[in-house]
Design a protein around this ligand. Structure first.
Ligand SMILES: Nc1nc2c(ncn2[C@@H]2O[C@H](COP(=O)(O)OP(=O)(O)OP(=O)(O)O)[C@@H](O)[C@H]2O)c(=O)[nH]1
Ligand SMILES: [Mg+2]
Length: 338
């Protein structure tokens, strides 16, 4: 399986360029950490995947898709950027969300650059004002990014949208782009490399992420749930990978996964299972196809649905869902809590 051994997935469509990460490489390089911050649905995860050049973080049109800090790594001759995708800024109503917002604030204060991303096709409101305040308070230099500029609604009012933010904070740079099409992303990369300090890459430049395979598998299943039960789902689900086995089969690597889709109530369980089990079967086959494509292995997936009351406030269970990073990328002074 790609990147086993280290657990981080390497390769992908954007292989590291010559000289990247090599202490003997040609000339100095710029390296550091960058946090992606913005409201839910602004397109942070889409941008992370675009910049890294492969799928690292799941995407959906539902808010609060991302729940943890997910590192994607950009490796180039210019240097290395460890990019952190973060949960969208929102008002936390459960312990799960309180934890999400703690991770967000800690990361913003510790990175070299914050990228504040907004959906330029929507008029800004109180939420955007709140994000701007967080960015100002964290004290880290920030780049302002207008996303979704493939949409006419975004392009029409770009100056006005930028002005909303620049009226209350001074940004090192501003960039208009489309994470979806990739237009403008090169300008963002150039701005980031220019702001990062000169130095050596922190991480193995063949890696594209530090997240463990186990966590990525849980995320791909959660993405399939979001896609399949989009309309019917007025509630929140989690995915718990109970057991994982990998073996070298005759036809290449085989990955066996036993996982639960966790909901809060039996009535919700009925929705996710579907009549005759049809919905959960669809979810399972979507997730399995994604895993096979992204992990380069055949996959056997045993997927169940479980009701677990108040799981979003159950600290022990939340801890089990946390992404144990396969390769450490603690930023700052290494004071990350366990
Ligand atoms: N048209 C357009 N849609 C985009 C663009 N970037 C993201 N989207 C869409 O916006 C929706 C949200 O994208 P995500 O990347 O999941 O957003 P996010 O900011 O990570 O959201 P959370 O994880 O919930 O905070 C998805 O439907 C994306 O396809 C873009 O540049 N243009
Ligand atoms: Mg996201």
């Amino acid at each position: 399986m790609a990147g086993r051994g280290t657990g981080g997935r390497g390769g992908g469509s954007a292989p590291p360029q010559e000289g990247a990460g090599s202490p003997r490489g040609a000339g100095p390089v710029n390296c550091g950490t960058v946090a992606l911050v913005g409201r839910p649905n602004a397109g942070k995860s889409t941008l992370l995947n675009r910049l890294v050049g492969e799928k690292v973080s799941i995407v959906s049109d539902k808010p609060q898709t991302t729940r943890h800090r997910i590192a994607g790594i950009v490796n180039e001759a210019r240097g290395q950027i460890v990019l952190f995708d973060l949960p969208g800024v929102h008002r936390p109503l459960h312990r799960m969300n309180v934890r999400m917002m703690h991770v967000l604030r800690d990361t913003m204060a510790e990175v070299d650059v914050v990228v504040q991303l907004f959906d330029a096709s929507q008029p800004p409101g109180e939420g955007e004002r709140f994000v701007t305040r967080l960015v100002a308070e964290c004290g880290t230099q920030a780049v302002l990014v207008a996303n979704k500029c493939d949409l006419a609604a975004a392009r029409r009012r770009l100056d006005e949208r930028f002005a909303f933010y620049t009226a209350s904070h001074t940004y090192a740079e501003r960039v208009a782009l489309s994470a979806l099409t990739g237009a403008g992303t090169e300008r963002l990369l150039a701005a980031l490399f220019a702001l990062l300090p000169a130095g050596e890459p922190w991480l193995d430049p063949t890696l594209s992420t530090t997240q463990s395979e186990r966590f990525f598998i849980a995320e791909l299943i959660r993405e399939a749930v979001l896609e399949r039960v989009e309309q019917e789902l007025p509630f929140t689900t989690a995915v718990h990978v109970r057991h994982l086995e990998e073996e070298e089969g005759e036809r290449g690597p085989l990955l066996r996964v036993w996982a639960d889709v966790v909901v809060e109530r039996p009535s919700q369980k009925a929705i996710v299972v579907g009549r005759g089990g049809q919905v959960i079967r669809d979810i399972g086959s979507r997730a399995r196809r994604q895993m096979e494509a992204l992990l380069g292995a055949r996959v056997f997936l045993d997927l169940r649905v479980k009701a677990r009351r108040r799981w979003r406030d159950d600290t022990g269970f939340l801890r089990e869902l946390e992404p144990l990073e396969a390769v450490g990328v603690a930023v700052g002074e290494g004071e990350e809590e366990g």
